[in-house]
Design a protein around this ligand. Sequence first.
Ligand SMILES: NC(=O)c1ccc[n+]([C@@H]2O[C@H](COP(=O)([O-])OP(=O)(O)OC[C@H]3O[C@@H](n4cnc5c(N)ncnc54)[C@H](OP(=O)(O)O)[C@@H]3O)[C@@H](O)[C@H]2O)c1
Length: 360
Amino acid sequence: MRKFNVGIIGATGMVGQRFAILLENHPWFNVVVLAASPRSAGKTYKEVVEKRWCMTKPIPKAFEDMIVRDATANIDEIAKSVDFVFCAVDMKKDEIKALEEKYAKAEVPVISNNSAHRGTADVPMIIPEINAEHAEIINAQKKRLGTKRGFIAVKSNCSIQSYVPALHPLREKFGIKDVLACTYQAISGAGKTFETWPEMVDNLIPFIGGEEEKSEQEPLKVWGKIEGDKIVNTASPKITTQCLRVPVSDGHTAAVFVRFENKPTKEEIIKIWKEYKGEAQSLDLPSAPKQFLNYFEEDNYPQAKLHRDLEGGMAVSIGRLREDSQYDYKFVCLSHNTLRGAAGGAVEMAELLAAKGYLD
Ligand SMILES: NC(=O)c1ccc[n+]([C@@H]2O[C@H](COP(=O)([O-])OP(=O)(O)OC[C@H]3O[C@@H](n4cnc5c(N)ncnc54)[C@H](OP(=O)(O)O)[C@@H]3O)[C@@H](O)[C@H]2O)c1
């Protein structure tokens, strides 16, 4: 694979910092641009982030002296230096939509962590192990935008990446009618640490703005089908969720209840999880976990602290599968919200699109 020159838009934020760590020694991607708001522009990356660095690994040496660019004012100049950009910015939805479209129209593919374009029918929302084939909609999107190589592809919300991976191979084989999922979400999902959000120590907040809507709607797009120039959401399963913020630094857990069209045995479910491989595994993408779905027999697993970093934080951990008195089965699953659920998932999606030729 040739090397691609990439930019990180929103490089100074929490997800942006995670991108910096993941891309420091990436075999295919070479970071040449770090961009953020006008507040940070013109300063070195180290100057901007050293007081708010929240990764456990240090600021990558190669990026310390890079001058942060203004992500909105310098689009044409940035477009000349990069093959594509990752984008994770905290701006109003309309502003993000406009910013991402400007990059795409400047012929820069945008791999986005933002939610602004998740509802746009010709923007694929790809989890490479689940719906890699949705990349094909990019051709229709480029036609709409009038571009040769510029497009937008988005990553789903972090909460659904704890339970949709576990449900996916079961849905393919047995059909799923109903899902109830309660998520227990880490504070890094709000871009926070215990230092910046001390109210979360010894606390639980039973509300995360917009999260339940995203958690119920986004799986329907991920499981949707391309029809003509759009992705049409699937009508089933019916999904209901409650999303709670819990005092955990990283790692979203979900307690899931599921009703099947054809009820499988417990052994069949576990076998399917153990054997499941997606396109990320068949293409052997650099960020793909070897074992995507990991089932643990221990009653007190999976645990956020013990399992969130499995396979570089890209694997999903599952446990406590048992029959339920109202649904068919219930189980618990966990994934790392800023790795699998955010920057790691976006890097893996970019690897998929590179392997399929969309970034050439
Ligand atoms: N945290 C998560 O786990 C997570 C997971 C999935 C998706 N996301 C999404 O990712 C995005 C970023 O989240 P975050 O947690 O990294 O936020 P954050 O820590 O607040 O960082 C926000 C970034 O946006 C930049 N920014 C703000 N206003 C800007 C402007 N006018 N022009 C250009 N850049 C601007 C900031 O630059 P300055 O430093 O210069 O202000 C900073 O780099 C959000 O859309 C969020 O919903 C987050």
